[in-house]
Design a protein around this ligand. Structure first.
Ligand code: CO
Ligand code: CO
Ligand code: CO
Length: 317
């Protein structure tokens, strides 16, 4: 394969986005994400899909510059009004992120799909990757978990409008403030929690950093009702396959209900950031995050010296 030293992050060590160095001070971030509707309201779907695509720029420590729509839509069947609402939601988030929506492409397709290709900038010396967490670091998560479980429950009409609304607000929230705080406290390792769930993405970080971790279950923020819904079996298929993939790396301490593994493997859509920070800076990070409306941050765990990437789940010591 052709190698180019300007390609700082590419397909060989896949991260949240690709990074291409332009000069001493600037590197280009490129990422693309799209998916099928996860909520009924087209405007919110657009907002969530855009926040999710923008998130990978934040997860690399950058700022979005421009974005382009990627749209698959059955225009004849659903009409253009719905499509316009989706696009409005998307452009709303790009504007909030300080970026510019500069174009896109639409094709006719039976099942709607929407997302963005985003271009951003980062200083090459200040970029976040997954590797770089060190033993003793504190792991901070910036949004509550529950997207897969709650949207699954919603399909079966098993969740209240209040809880669904809470989940939608979190999914539509930008990870901009979380990334800014991660930068302020010199986080060395950072990613966003999406389809592989908290456990899947944590394992990626730990494997890349050649470390392990302990997670304290009482501290993990969850959207209201998530444990109850999981208890009655509203676990999406994606959580099961995520669980299959990480189970050999995760140890449940004695007395921990197996249900927790389903919850921590629940696939998130536009989930929060997970970053590792030196222990002496963790309290300051949480303090800064507390004042931000788009975050609900908690110190959920601690990086350990286990080089095999083992994750231990336990209650507070
Ligand atoms: Co990502
Ligand atoms: Co992505
Ligand atoms: Co594996």
């Amino acid at each position: 394969m052709h190698r180019d030293e300007k390609l700082l992050v590419g397909t060989e060590a896949p991260d949240d986005a690709a990074i291409y160095q332009l000069d001493e001070e600037r590197a280009l971030i490129q990422t693309l994400d799209f998916f099928t509707p996860i909520v009924d309201e087209p405007f919110y779907y657009g907002q969530i899909a855009a926040a999710n695509a923008l998130s990978d720029v934040y997860a690399m420590g950058g700022k979005p510059l421009t974005a382009m729509n990627i749209v698959c839509f059955p225009c004849r069947k659903l009409g253009t009004e719905i499509l316009l609402e989706i696009l409005k939601g998307g452009s709303d988030k790009v504007t909030e992120a300080g970026g510019l929506l500069v174009g896109g492409h639409t094709i006719n397709d039976e099942e709607p799909k929407y997302g963005l290709a985003v271009t951003g900038l980062v200083h090459p010396a200040h970029l976040f990757t997954k590797g770089g967490a060190r033993p003793g670091d504190i792991l901070i998560l910036t949004k509550p978990l529950g997207a897969g479980i709650i949207t699954t429950a919603h399909k079966g009409d098993m969740v209240s409008e209040e809880i669904l609304g809470e989940m939608v607000r979190w999914m539509a929230a930008l990870n901009r403030d979380a990334a800014e705080v991660a930068r302020q406290v010199d986080a060395q390792s950072c990613t966003d929690i999406t389809g592989f769930g908290l456990m899947g993405h944590s394992y990626e970080v730990l494997r890349a950093s050649r470390c392990g971790a302990v997670f304290y279950l009482d501290r993990i923020p969850l959207v209201s009702g998530v444990l109850d819904l999981a208890e009655v079996g509203l676990i999406p298929g994606g959580a099961k396959s995520n669980r299959e993939h990480v189970k050999e790396h995760v140890v449940l301490s004695r007395g921990i209900d197996d249900l927790w593994l389903d919850v921590l493997c629940d696939p998130q859509t536009s989930g929060g950031m997970l970053f590792a920070v030196r222990p002496e800076k963790a309290a300051h990070a949480l303090e800064l995050l507390q004042s931000k409306a788009d975050t609900c941050a908690a110190a959920v765990g601690e990086v350990t010296a286990d080089t095999a990437g083992k994750i231990i789940l336990r209650k507070e010591p």
